[in-house]
Design a protein around this ligand. Structure first.
Ligand SMILES: Cc1cc2nc3c(=O)[nH]c(=O)nc-3n(C[C@H](O)[C@H](O)[C@H](O)COP(=O)(O)OP(=O)(O)OC[C@H]3O[C@@H](n4cnc5c(N)ncnc54)[C@H](O)[C@@H]3O)c2cc1C
Length: 284
């Protein structure tokens, strides 16, 4: 199938892109890597009169250290971030999550910003952004604003971005020494979206866990923070106990891929495994 016809815009400046969005309202859609949008258009699950392509917009493809954060521009390709030594050294959780996205062909075109703006609850990168308390930079006709990841993911495929805003960058906090990170997920086949997944970061001092973050994906309408499990871990619970706590606070629904009960059961296991791996790395 082919998409419905649309007007294609290729702005070169952020101001031009946001002006086009403001002019055409909900008749316009941003195009980044096209790995989610183009299949939706081709299958005619969605249609828009105007596509605003960000790929030629200047200033959206840098990876840089800024004030204790790693700033990743909106159209940095997932494959570029995956192979970046800066990303691996500064935000290992992002580095570890990226290879789980689909297949390398998808990551060659798909963007970090596109994955986060798309806000698929089964996606890895929104969970990483949420778990790390990342800051989303939104650019609109009136300038830029910062949105905490905790406020960004509103519902399935819905974010706090206004119709005339683009996600221009994501700022991930850089953790200090004694940290460890892990990503665990269950998929039916390599490259599929996860039936359930967990991203974990811990920081230790000797035997004590001093900082813990756990993000879940594929088990709710948005990525979720397993706050009760984080608190349990900080209070001395072991990985298996924290996994059970994480699972006891979610209510995934049944769908064609798996039942909610199965996803809940799997969550306890993958959270345990991710905590064990993150602790091992933090202590090594
Ligand atoms: C076979 C297959 C398997 C996949 N498996 C996975 C997987 O396992 N895990 C996973 O996370 N993803 C998976 N994906 C999706 C892939 O990661 C996409 O790259 C990603 O979801 C969207 O990024 P994109 O740059 O391609 O965005 P696009 O497809 O161009 O856009 C997606 C949506 O986000 C909006 N958007 C994009 N960028 C911006 C921006 N800067 N500002 C505002 N809005 C924006 C668009 O308007 C659109 O609504 C898969 C895709 C395919 C085709």
């Amino acid at each position: 199938m082919k998409p419905s016809s649309f007007n294609y815009h290729a702005p070169t400046r952020v101001e031009e892109a946001t002006a086009l969005l403001a002019e055409h309202g909900d008749g316009a859609k941003v195009l980044a890597g096209g790995q989610s949008l183009v299949p939706m258009l081709s299958l005619r699950l969605a249609s828009f009169e105007h596509l605003v392509d960000l790929n030629k917009v200047e200033g959206l493809s840098a990876i840089e250290r800024v004030n204790g954060h790693l700033r990743v521009g909106a159209i940095v390709r997932q494959a570029v971030a995956e192979h970046s030594a800066d990303v691996a050294a500064s935000v290992p959780l992002l580095s570890k999550a990226l290879p789980h996205i689909g297949h390398f062909q998808i990551r060659n075109r798909g963007t970090v910003g596109g994955s986060i703006a798309h806000a698929d609850p089964a996606s890895e990168l929104p969970a990483v952004a949420l778990a790390l308390d990342a800051t989303i930079e939104a650019a609109g006709p009136g300038g830029t604003r910062k949105i905490a990841a905790a406020d960004f993911f509103v519902s399935t495929w819905q974010t706090a971005l206004a119709d005339d805003e683009i996600l221009s960058a994501v700022e991930f906090p850089v953790w200090g020494p004694g940290s460890g990170f892990a990503v665990e997920e269950l998929t039916r086949r390599h490259g599929d979206f996860a039936l359930a997944g967990a991203v974990v970061g811990v920081q230790v001092s000797g035997d004590t866990v001093t900082k813990a973050t756990i993000g879940l994906f594929g088990v709710g309408p948005t990525p979720l923070r397993a706050s009760a499990a984080e608190a349990a871990l900080l209070s001395g619970a072991d990985a298996a106990e924290a996994g059970k706590v994480a699972a006891s606070h979610i209510s995934p629904v049944d769908d064609i891929h798996a039942s909610g009960a199965y996803r809940t059961q799997v969550t306890a296991v993958i959270v345990r495994r991710a905590i064990e791996a993150a602790l091992k790395e933090a202590r090594s």
